[in-house]
Write a protein that binds this ligand. Structure first.
Ligand code: MG
Length: 408
């Protein structure tokens, strides 16, 4: 057939319907969204116009034309010939590519070379074996307006062209549930992951461990680029027990804490860092206690005022109450009214508090700056009976929220 219209490109399928270099694909070059349908390998082109081009030309045309969409804060690009199968997923910077300039951050859209010479070969082999290739990359710079999204898209199209296989690219542009190691990106993938490969594994010189923690969150095998592409057998590149992943949220126990409310009027002073579950605790008992929450009332003076107005009910003071001086006003007030006062300590160490705070932020709840958590621990004085409490109850952190046991 002589080309009489350069709008269409076709691939021819291999036996068994395996999508490979020989697969059928038709795309309108004028409008890449205007796909034609196919059925049992017979092309059903809506405009009855099929042009067979050489494989090389087809590749260049198809792969250079990625289709880009934005879903919330996620930018998704698909090569026009991309078909989703089981996913071999990769980080991009430091994994698929590195800077040509040798600088830590790329100087422009052309400042890249493959991580090593074997990258195209390894990815092509995976593609031939029937896997789809996905780049899953944190690109906060786009969300912050420091990096031009079009530059990144162009770069990825150039990488895909050089790889000569169709790919999908998923770019997380905000510090939210879509950013690695968080797994929101999973919503955009329908097939299973066979592994994730990335350079942020928590090895000695790695800037982070987010790639390895992403794989742990997904429960999928993880490979470093050195192990996959360079076939390194060095323990540092293969032995995950040597990698530093920081606080491990999988250790958070499930279940609920035991707390027995008093039968008489009382004051409960909560004590714990930001994000340690004080408000959740207070809300759980709000049928028996009036809540005085410093986050809501803002100043301590207002908290005390509300305390005085709440004459006959039991009260929970929901604030960090980190030191003796901060707690003393509640004890003085309780003494002046002859009301028993107990302290409930949220037993949360700093790494867990940081984890809980990051979780809140990622999933849209309010967040306190990390400095507030550092401040709490630098000034923290554990409460004692000597201060005037009738009892100090220490509650370890527990949660039935399985999402809290994922890395954030
Ligand atoms: Mg990287």
């Amino acid at each position: 057939m002589e080309p009489n219209n350069v709008m269409y490109v076709a691939f021819v399928p291999s036996a068994g319907g395996v999508w490979s270099d020989d697969s059928i694909y038709i795309v309108s070059l004028d409008d890449p969204h205007d796909y034609c349908t196919f059925d049992n390998y017979y092309i059903q082109c809506t405009q009855c116009c099929v042009i067979f081009l050489s494989k090389l030309i087809i590749h260049n045309i198809i792969i250079a034309n990625m289709i880009w969409n934005t879903h919330e804060t996620l930018i998704v690009g698909r090569s026009a010939g991309y078909i989703e199968r089981s996913i071999a997923a990769f980080d991009m910077d430091g994994t698929i590519i590195k800077t040509k300039s040798g600088k830590r951050f790329p100087q422009n859209a052309n400042d890249w070379i493959f991580f090593c010479d074997r990258v195209p070969q390894v990815l092509q082999e995976l593609h031939k074996e029937g896997h789809s290739i996905a780049f899953i990359s944190n690109q906060l710079g786009i969300g912050l307006g420091k990096v031009d999204a079009n530059e990144i898209k162009k770069k990825i199209e150039n990488i895909a062209t050089a790889l000569d296989i169709p790919i999908i690219a998923l770019l997380a542009t905000a510090d939210d549930h879509l950013r690695k190691p968080r797994t929101g990106v999973q919503e955009f993938i329908n097939q299973k992951f066979i592994f994730y490969c990335g350079d942020a594994a928590g090895r000695k010189r790695d800037f982070a461990s987010s790639d390895y923690r992403f794989a742990l969150n997904l429960g999928i095998p993880f490979k470093t680029p050195e192990a996959l592409f360079l076939k390194s057998d060095h323990p540092n590149n293969n032995d995950s027990t040597l990698w530093d992943i920081g606080f491990d949220p999988r250790t958070i126990p499930s279940g609920a804490n035991e707390f027995t409310h008093a039968q008489h009027q009382e004051i409960i002073v909560l004590c714990g860092p930001p994000a340690s579950g004080k408000s959740s605790f207070a809300n759980e008992y709000n049928d028996r206690y009036d809540l005085i929450c410093q986050d809501i009332l803002k100043t301590k003076a207002k908290c005390l005022k509300k305390c005085r107005e709440t004459l006959s009910d039991s009260i929970i003071i929901d604030a960090t109450n980190r030191d003796v001086a901060t707690r003393s006003c509640w004890i003085e007030y309780a003494r002046s009214k002859n009301i028993p006062i107990r302290c409930v300590v949220m037993d949360v160490e700093k790494p867990l508090a940081m984890h809980l705070n990051t979780y809140r932020n990622a999933y849209g709840d309010k967040r306190v700056p990390a400095i507030a958590i550092h401040m709490f621990f630098s000034k923290y004085e554990p409460p004692t009976i000597g201060e005037g409490f009738s009892e100090i109850i220490t509650l370890p952190f527990r949660s039935d929220n399985a999402d809290l046991r994922r890395f954030v």
